[in-house]
Design a binder for this molecule. Structure first.
Ligand code: IMP
Length: 427
């Protein structure tokens, strides 16, 4: 069976916990896009693990993990991450990285920072070099992981081609010094070669074989649907396709039957970085959600913007991903609120006329002008935190869930009510 599990909002929906929750049923857990911009936190008992590149399935002994061709790989970050969990897990024969994954190199991070600094409307990127690395990929200037194993001469000539343009841009356009010479970069990347060699392979072939043997494969999305380069709030997006169909492109599995697309949806909304966010709360309720939910970026530590649940964008995400069921996360964060609002539509003024929208407009400028139309639901006095059965939830919490299901037209099959991997209600 093949599952795709991904976020239906702006990322940080609590994906790592969900993937960790499902992982024991899967033989392979696969990352197919993004890079070290992702920050996936898993709590196991007292221990906290933060993953940026390695699929969190690595915590399950019997699971093999794959970093697919669609990922942009920062070798420094990967090696650091491996080091940080090497006491807990083994990688030999369990971690596989595509030889076709593009590398994030120092000059991608310099450019990311230079662009953000110079921009009038910065994106608020994670500064991990993601955009410039994907730009090199489509510009055919990228260096792929497998290229590290070329002769030094061939690798140097590829590097020269990519580096020249960056050095020119940095110096002449951004007015910056270039921090490293090409020789220094070459020396640095050659160090990764030996360390990564045991894990590099044609991962598409590995996965195709696994699928033919009817092994269970779980695709782990990073970021969220509204950050997708096509379907997100462009240009305030990341530089990869985060949607479910890309799981197949970013892994080379071919067109197989995907049994289930699980949409991970937080019980409220958050966003890091710039860009439109119709239900954002800049008041004490927003502050309450940030505090209760620990809403600070796990990659950058930035405070996340918080707001009410938005049916319009979630329904849109269900469509572009083909979501079949929903895993609702962080319901317990809403414990203690007197009332809870849900945006069920937007209102916008166009040519002097007020219009009601139930689908997000194409431009970020218009989305920014949209005023949410709220339905107000009662909050609950009791706690949902730690509850194990659906019927034990306060009736208002059950009402909230059933209201969302009705609005979204999808079953909420799982509800997460706490940090630990056991804090999940299955319905
Ligand atoms: P980039 O991916 O670093 O280029 O950043 C582009 C946008 O995506 C920024 O708004 C980031 O805050 C956002 N972003 C990137 N990765 C994540 C993530 O894992 N969670 C939430 N937001 C992210």
């Amino acid at each position: 069976m093949v599952y795709v599990v991904l976020g239906t909002q702006w990322g940080d929906e609590g994906k790592a916990k969900v993937i960790d929750y499902f992982s024991h049923q899967f033989d392979y857990v696969v990352r197919f896009q993004g890079g070290a911009n992702a920050g996936h936190t898993v709590h196991v008992g007292e221990k906290k693990f933060v993953f940026h590149l390695i699929p969190s399935g690595i915590l399950h002994e019997k699971t093999q993990v794959v970093i697919g061709n669609g990922v942009v790989l920062d070798p420094v970050c990967l090696l650091e991450e491996m080091e940080s969990i090497s006491r807990e897990v083994s990688f030999e024969g369990r971690l596989w990285i595509s030889n076709k994954a593009h590398l994030v190199l120092p000059y991608h991070k310099w450019l990311d920072a230079a662009k953000e600094k110079k921009a009038k409307n910065p994106i608020g990127t994670t500064l991990r070099g993601i955009g410039p690395a994907y730009a090199d990929k489509v510009e055919r200037l990228g260096i792929r992981l497998g290229d590290l194993f070329l002769s030094e001469g061939d690798l140097t000539s590829r590097l020269e081609k990519a580096y020249e343009v960056k050095a020119f841009l940095l110096q002449k356009y951004y007015g910056m010094d270039v921090p490293m010479t090409i020789e220094e970069i070459l020396r640095e990347i050659l160090q990764y070669r030996e360390k990564l060699a045991p894990y590099v392979t044609d991962t598409e072939r590995l996965l195709q074989k696994a699928a033919a043997e009817r092994r269970n494969i779980l695709f782990e999305g990073a970021q969220g649907t509204l950050l997708d380069v096509d379907f997100g709030t462009y240009p305030f997006v990341t530089s990869s396709n985060t949607v479910a169909p890309y799981a197949l492109v970013g892994s080379g599995l071919g067109l197989v039957d995907v049994a289930n697309v699980v949409g991970i949806t937080k019980a409220y909304c958050t966003r890091v970085g710039e860009g439109p966010f119709p239900t954002e709360l800049k008041d004490s309720t927003g502050e309450f959600l940030r505090k209760q939910g620990g809403e600070y970026g796990s990659t950058t530590g930035r405070p996340r913007r918080c707001g009410w649940f938005d049916v319009v964008i979630t329904r849109y995400a269900i469509g572009v991903n083909g979501v079949s069921e929903i895993f609702l996360t962080k319901l317990d964060v809403l414990d203690g609120l007197d009332e809870i609002k849900v945006a069920v539509g937007y209102e916008i003024e166009r040519n002097g006329q007020r219009e009601r929208l139930d689908y997000p407009p194409q431009s970020w400028e218009e989305l920014e002008q949209c005023k949410p139309i709220y339905v107000t639901l009662p909050g609950w006095k009791g706690k949902t935190a730690g509850v194990k059965r659906y019927f034990q939830l306060p009736s208002e919490a059950q009402h909230y869930i059933e209201f969302l299901e009705m609005q979204l037209g999808r079953k909420i099959s799982y509800i997460s009510v706490g940090q630990d991997r056991t804090d999940v209600i299955e319905r």
